[in-house]
Design a protein around this ligand. Structure first.
Ligand SMILES: [Cu+2]
Length: 272
């Protein structure tokens, strides 16, 4: 047989050592090794990637074990002649305990790692440098730059851009005047629902300058698919320049939830 015990041990070791090798830079960081995730653009991103990779490593290890046992059992305990009935085994208590307890331990461990990462990710601190109130409305986005007292906004036809200064922790406050939306920037590896009547908060630190895309991840109505926005992570100087530009255009104050800028109406306001 081509699969020897040595090659199985080698493959398993490689899978188990994957996170260490990856973090040492010995395995190339690409979309394949990130299992489909985009390159993270926040300080918090790598932790989420590691959790995701960990789940895959466990899933692959369990999958290999199950397939291996299936192949092993179907060869070793196969019927060897027409008049032979293979040994019928049942009520093997140690094995039954084993296959109840081991999956339980795996699930609890996965739950533990997830809860730990989630608690860290959603923790609110006082260490942020600025606050952006994201208003998701049918069917676009407004961004109130709370500390600076200015806003930017879009329409279903004009995609708005959210500006963020690089390497500064930002607190997002999500509000909606109408229905459920979900604020999602794939490159930030993070999304959170926006619930009417509530304020959902989270904090992230974008650490890569560049342009990213964002979208609504909650099917919210007729023009849900048009709820797109751009994200620009820029230097502090460029950010200040953008804020001054908004002020010069008279976009000062906060855009209250549900109020669209002048000359804009929600064309589908009645479509409930
Ligand atoms: Cu939406």
């Amino acid at each position: 047989m081509a699969i020897t015990r040595a090659s199985l041990v080698r493959a398993t070791t490689l899978i188990l050592l994957f996170p260490i090798l990856a973090s040492c830079g010995m395995i190339e960081d690409n979309e394949f090794t990130r299992v489909g995730f985009p390159e993270p653009a926040t300080k918090e991103g790598p932790g989420i990637i590691e959790l995701w990779q960990g789940f895959w490593i466990v899933a692959i290890a369990v999958g290999l074990l199950v397939i291996g046992l299936l192949v092993f059992a179907s060869i070793k305990f196969r019927r060897r002649s027409d008049d032979e009935v293979p040994a019928q085994v049942r009520y093997n208590i140690p094995i039954e305990i084993l296959y109840t307890v081991v999956p339980l331990i795996i699930v609890l461990a996965l739950f533990g790692f997830t809860a730990r990462e989630q608690t860290k990710l959603t923790a609110l601190t006082n260490e942020y440098t600025h606050v952006v109130n994201v208003v998701g409305f049918r069917w676009s986005w407004a961004f109130n730059y709370v500390d600076e007292g200015v806003y930017g906004t879009g329409t279903p036809g004009v995609v708005p851009t959210l500006y963020l200064p690089v390497d500064e922790k930002v607190r997002f406050e999500l509000t909606s005047p109408d229905v459920l939306h979900s604020f999602w920037i794939p490159s930030f590896l993070f999304k959170m629902d926006i619930v009417p009547g509530a304020i959902n908060r989270f904090e992230l630190t974008p650490d890569k300058e560049g342009s990213f895309v964002g979208k609504c991840a909650e099917l919210c109505g007729q023009d849900h698919a048009r709820m797109l926005f751009n994200v620009k992570v820029v230097s502090r100087a460029e950010y200040n320049q953008y804020i001054s530009g908004l002020r010069a255009k008279g976009q000062t104050g906060m855009l209250p939830p549900g109020i669209l800028p002048k000359n804009e109406t929600t064309t589908n306001a009645g479509a409930n």
